[in-house]
Ligand binder design. Structure first.
Ligand code: F6R
Length: 602
C-alpha cells in the first residue's frame, strides 16, 4: 500500500527520497512522486504514474536540495494518474502534503470548508492540503497551527508528512491508524511509513502514536498530542540491517523467501527454546492461554489460511477448541463468545487494517489478545497484550511464503507449550518433528526443477485450475490456490475434495488442471476417489502425495513428515508451482498487479 518518506538534513534529498521509495516498492503502488525545497527555498514537484524507475527519469538530481517528502500511491479514491499521485499541493502553492490512509469525511470537509476551491485530482488527500491552506489563510494561522486545526477536523486513517513554504526548514507529520516512524540521525531526521525506507541512513527510531503530531528540523524532534501536550519518548534501535532487504544472488525475492523457509523454522525453534531446551513462551502469556476455554484466530488472506492449519494443531495437540475468523467479516458475523476466550491475531505485517479493527473491538471487550507477527513494533504488535515474533526476516515479495510457514511454526510452538502444561506432551515430540519438516522442505527445494516441469505441464496455458484436498490438505489447497491466482492470474480455487461433487464439478472440463494433496492417512482413499471423479470428466490431475501414501503414478512425492505438520511441507510445491507458472507466463513474481504488501485500508 502507500508509502511515505520525508527527509530534512544536509544530504542531496532527491537520492534519499528515491532510495526510500525504491525500498517501499514491494508494498505495492501505482504512482509515485516527490517534492523538494531547494537551497533557495524554491519548491519542485515531480510525480508520475507507473513505477519508481519511470519517476526517476523525470527528476532533476542537479538541484541542490536537502528537504523533501516522497510517496508511493496505491489508489483508493481516484484512478492511478499524475493528478492523483502524491505529493498534493494547496491551490495557493504554500503547502505540500503526502498521505497514507483514507479520510472518511473528505466530502463533508469539501462542502463545509473549501468553498469554491477546486482540486486538481479526485483524492481524499488533496482535500486535506486544501483544508490546511484554507485554515491558515482564513484564521491567519501558522502552518503548524493550521495543520493542528485540520487534524482536529479530519476523520479516518492517516499518516501525513507536510511541508510549508513559509517554514521550508521544518517538516511536519502526524498519524492516526496508519504506520509512521521518526528516524533519527546526525544532522538529519526522517519520517517514514516503514523503517526499511531509511535503513541506509539510520537504525535509530522513535514511534509515533495515534493522535500525535511531529515537528522535525534537521537537528530537533518535537512530538505533541494534537491538543498541544508535549510527549517525551525514547528511541529504539531497529534490529534490521539494510542487507536483510537485498535479494543477493536470487533472481527474485519470492524464490529467496521460499528457499529460506527451512532456515526460518529452525530459527523459530531456536528462538523459542529455553535453557533446558524446551519450547517456551512468556509466563504471563502462557497462563492467559491456559486460562482460556476457547481460542479465536483472526486473520486475512494467507495468514487466515495459516490460521486454519493452526486450528487442528492447537485442538489435537493442546486439546483446546479453536475458531478461525476472517478479520473483514468478524464484525458482521461476530461469534458467540464463551466465558474465557483468547484472541490470536495472525498478521505478517502487523498493520492490516481489517485485523486491527477487530483487535480494537476485542480490546474494548477486555479479552486477552496476542499478535503473532513478523514485524516488531508494528501497530497490531503494540496494541495487543502480547506479541510473538515470527523471526522470518523481512518478507519483500508481495505473495507471502515464509511468513505462512513461520506462522504455522509459531502456532506449533504455542500448541507444544500448552500441551506440556496440560501433561499432553507425549502426543508429539515437537522440536525433532519440526526439524524433520525443515529437512523435508530442503529436499523439495532441491527438486524444484521437477516442479518447474509440472508447472509447464499442468499450468502453461490454462485459464483456470483447482487445488483439492481434505482436512489439513484442504487448508493447504486454499493457500496454494491463493498463491497461484495472485501472481500468475490463473483463476484458481482451493476446494474441499469431497465438496466438489456438490456443484463445482460442473466447471471441470477436458483439460482442467486439478492438483490434489494427499498427506493424511485418514482421508487419502477418499481424496483418491475424488481425483478419479474429476479425471473421468476430463481433468488433468496432478497428485502431490506424502511418502507412505503415494502411488508410483503420483506426480510429486513429499518426504515423510509428522501428519499434523504436513502443511509446512506440502505448501512448498504449491508455492513453487505458483512461482514457476508466473515466470513461464512472463509476469513479475514479486510484484503482482493490484496487490499491496501491507493492506492498511479496510
Ligand atoms: C497473500 C498475502 C495476503 C496477506 C493478507 C494479510 O500472499 O500476503 O493475503 O496474507 O493481506 O496480511 P497480513 O498477514 O500482513 O495481515
Amino acid at each position: 500500500m502507500c508509502g511515505i518518506v520525508g527527509y530534512i538534513g544536509e544530504d542531496a534529498v532527491q537520492e534519499v527520497l528515491m532510495y526510500g521509495l525504491e525500498k517501499l516498492e514491494y508494498r505495492g503502488y501505482d504512482s509515485a512522486g516527490i517534492f523538494i525545497f531547494d537551497q533557495k527555498n524554491q519548491g519542485h514537484l515531480f510525480k508520475e504514474k507507473g513505477n519508481i524507475a519511470h519517476l526517476r527519469k523525470h527528476i532533476d538530481f542537479n538541484i541542490p536540495a536537502n528537504v523533501g517528502i516522497g510517496h508511493t500511491r496505491w489508489a483508493t479514491h481516484g484512478v492511478p494518474s499524475v493528478m492523483n499521485a502524491h505529493p498534493h499541493q494547496s491551490a495557493d502553492g504554500r503547502f505540500t502534503l503526502v498521505h497514507n490512509g483514507v479520510i472518511e469525511n473528505y466530502l463533508e470537509i469539501k462542502d463545509t470548508y473549501l468553498g469554491n476551491i477546486e482540486g486538481k485530482g479526485n483524492t481524499d488527500s488533496e482535500i486535506v492540503v486544501q483544508l490546511i491552506a484554507r485554515l491558515a489563510d482564513k484564521q491567519n494561522l501558522s502552518g503548524k497551527e493550521a495543520f493542528r486545526e485540520a487534524l482536529k477536523i479530519v476523520k479516518g486513517s492517516y499518516a501525513f508528512a507536510l511541508l510549508d513554504a513559509n517554514t521550508p526548514n521544518v517538516l511536519y507529520a502526524a498519524k492516526n491508524k496508519s504506520p509512521l516512524l521518526i528516524g533519527l540521525g546526525e544532522d538529519f531526521n526522517v519520517v517514514v511509513s516503514d523503517a526499511m525506507a531509511s535503513l541506509q541512513q539510520t537504525n535509530q527510531y522513535v514511534e509515533i502514536e495515534d493522535g500525535e503530531m511531529i515537528t522535525l528540523t534537521k537537528d530537533s524532534v518535537v512530538i505533541e498530542t494534537i491538543d498541544g501536550e508535549k510527549v517525551i519518548r525514547d528511541s529504539y534501535q531497529a534490529e534490521l540491517d539494510a542487507s536483510d532487504f537485498e535479494k543477493g544472488t536470487h533472481s527474485s525475492y519470492m524464490i529467496k523467501e521460499i528457499e529460506e523457509q527451512a532456515a526460518v523454522i529452525r530459527k523459530i525453534v531456536q528462538h523459542y527454546q529455553d535453557a533446558e531446551g524446551k519450547l517456551s513462551i512468556p509466563t504471563k502469556l502462557r497462563k492467559n492461554l491456559m486460562d482460556a476455554d476457547r481460542i479465536h484466530i483472526v486473520a486475512c488472506g494467507t495468514s487466515y489460511n495459516a490460521g486454519w492449519v493452526g486450528k487442528p494443531l492447537l485442538e489435537n495437540i493442546a486439546e483446546i477448541p479453536v475458531e478461525v475468523h476472517l478479520s473483514s467479516e468478524f464484525s458482521y458475523a461476530p461469534p458467540l463468545i464463551s466465558g474465557k476466550p483468547f484472541f490470536i491475531f495472525l498478521t505478517q505485517s502487523g498493520e492490516t487494517a481489517d485485523s486491527r479493527q477487530v483487535l480494537k473491538m476485542i480490546r474494548k471487550w477486555d479479552y486477552p489478545t496476542l499478535t503473532i507477527t513478523n514485524v516488531a513494533g508494528s501497530t497490531l504488535s503494540r496494541e495487543a497484550n502480547d506479541t510473538l515474533l515470527l523471526h522470518a526476516g523481512p518478507e519483500i515479495a508481495v505473495a507471502s511464503t515464509k511468513a505462512y510457514t513461520a506462522q504455522i511454526t509459531v502456532l506449533a510452538v504455542v500448541a507444544d507449550v500448552l500441551a506440556r502444561e496440560k501433561g499432553l506432551e507425549k502426543k508429539i515430540n515437537m522440536i525433532p518433528e519440526l526439524g524433520i519438516a525443515a529437512n523435508a522442505i530442503e529436499t523439495i527445494i532441491n527438486e524444484k526443477n521437477r516442479i518447474s516441469e509440472l508447472a509447464n505441464l499442468y499450468l502453461e496455458d490454462t485459464r483456470n485450475a483447482f487445488y483439492i484436498g481434505r482436512g489439513l490438505d484442504y487448508f493447504v489447497s486454499m493457500e496454494s490456490a491463493l498463491k497461484l491466482k495472485e501472481i500468475s492470474y490463473i483463476q484458481t480455487e482451493g476446494f474441499a475434495a469431497g465438496e466438489l461433487k456438490h456443484g463445482t464439478i460442473a466447471l471441470v472440463e477436458e483439460g482442467t488442471p486439478v492438483l490434489a494433496f494427499i498427506t493424511q492417512e485418514s482421508s487419502a482413499n477418499h481424496t483418491r476417489g475424488n481425483i478419479e471423479e474429476v479425471r473421468s470428466r476430463g481433468a488433468k490431475t496432478c497428485v502431490i502425495a506424502m511418502e507412505g501414501l503415494a502411488l508410483k503414478t503420483d506426480q510429486f512425492i513429499l518426504p515423510k513428515t509428522h501428519p499434523i505438520l504436513a502443511p509446512l511441507v506440502a505448501v512448498i510445491p504449491g508455492q513453487l508451482l505458483a512461482y514457476y507458472a508466473t515466470l513461464q507466463r512472463g509476469y513479475d513474481v514479486d510484484k503482482p498487479r493490484n496487490l499491496a504488501k501491507s493492506v492498511t485500508v479496510e
